[in-house]
Design a protein around this ligand. Structure first.
Ligand code: DON
Length: 318
């Protein structure tokens, strides 16, 4: 768990080494593809790669294209899970979503029909995250989405976080697969409420716009078991953070989670915008963006950079 006794020395050494590692990983971007099934996402710069690493005293190091704004997409699912757990408790949440990886792609609905009782396998695949959206407390989609945004703001310490309405609109207009999944879940009695309203909350939380520093700060709260170490404020009960981090290890990188656990060995969550949020428990929160994706939907250069960091600094938990 790290070659360095304290994070300050490690961050100092990273200031010199990180830019070189980042350049080496960046060259892999040409072999990846920017997501285009949500048309607005295809505008992202294919070659970009940026990373921000922050420790408990607020010291940080960043490299590359950290000024790039992007939408959280599936990374938001970790935090809507936390909010749903805080709103409903464990039992109500896990009556409706399972705790197991699927081995299938993030938008697959294959197992919903094959495996009874037909609840999504976990909260980080699309089907599971849509059910989680239905569990967020609020009088209607506007209040639910607003509560979610406020929660993300408190975790990131950034009151200016906003929805990217162009990406929200673009996803909402093209999400036939998610829509069919939601109707199927409703028919099965898993998803309650109005399908249109539930999906509206889901598309909105996927469209929250952030930068690497925002993801890093949110990850830092997870790295410190639910308490923001910079402010000392407890934001999430420790037990729920434990659940979320376990899902990040087993399902956070979709059907590449096993390989990521072997090669990097840290809890992480990716999104189709090319973002990755990861953490070194008790040490760092890390936010990364690299829009070019590998065939499994994870940032191709981003995964490579995290492999380098973990190996060079001995960060793996295992
Ligand atoms: O529902 C979707 O397809 C997107 N809003 C989120 C998917 C995503 O980020 C999966 N990532 N690897």
């Amino acid at each position: 768990m790290s070659n360095y006794a304290n994070t300050k020395d490690e961050l100092d050494s990273l200031k010199e080494r990180l830019p070189k590692w980042l350049e080496a990983s960046k060259s892999l971007s040409t072999g990846g593809k920017v997501a285009s099934y949500i048309p607005e996402l295809s505008k992202a710069p294919q070659q970009a790669l940026g990373i921000h690493i922050i420790d408990a005293s607020g010291d940080s190091v960043s490299a590359g294209d950290c000024g790039l704004s992007f939408t959280m997409q599936s990374i938001s699912k970790v935090f809507t899970l936390l909010l749903a757990l805080m709103d409903n408790g464990e039992k109500a949440v896990f009556d409706k979503v399972g705790m197991e990886p699927t081995g299938d792609s993030f938008n697959s609905m294959l197992k919903l029909e094959l495996v009874q009782p037909g609840i999504p396998f976990n909260p980080l695949i699309n089907a599971g995250a849509i059910v989680i959206s239905s569990l967020i407390a609020g009088s209607g989609p506007d209040e639910k989405a607003e509560r979610t945004l406020q929660f993300f703001r408190s975790l990131s310490g950034n009151e200016r976080l906003q929805f990217d309405l162009a990406v929200y609109q673009s996803e909402s207009e093209t999400a036939d697969l998610n829509r069919s999944m939601a109707y199927f879940l409703k028919d099965n009695g898993v998803l309650e409420g109005n399908v249109h309203d539930v999906l509206d909350v889901y598309f909105r939380h996927c469209s929250v716009q952030a930068q690497c520093a925002d993801l890093a700060r949110m990850a830092l709260v997870l790295a410190y078991d639910g308490t923001d170490p910079i402010t000392g404020v407890n934001l999430v009960p420790r037990r729920y953070v434990q659940i979320a981090k376990t899902f990040m290890v087993t399902c956070g990188m979709y059907n590449a989670s096993g390989e990521f656990a072997i090669e990097v060995g840290l809890p992480a969550k990716s999104g189709v915008s090319g973002g990755i949020l990861t953490l070194v428990p008790g040490r760092y929160g890390i936010g990364l963006i690299g829009p070019a994706l590998n065939p499994k939907g994870n940032s191709i250069s981003g995964v490579h950079l995290l492999e380098t960091l973990s190996k060079e600094l001995d960060w793996s938990l295992f």
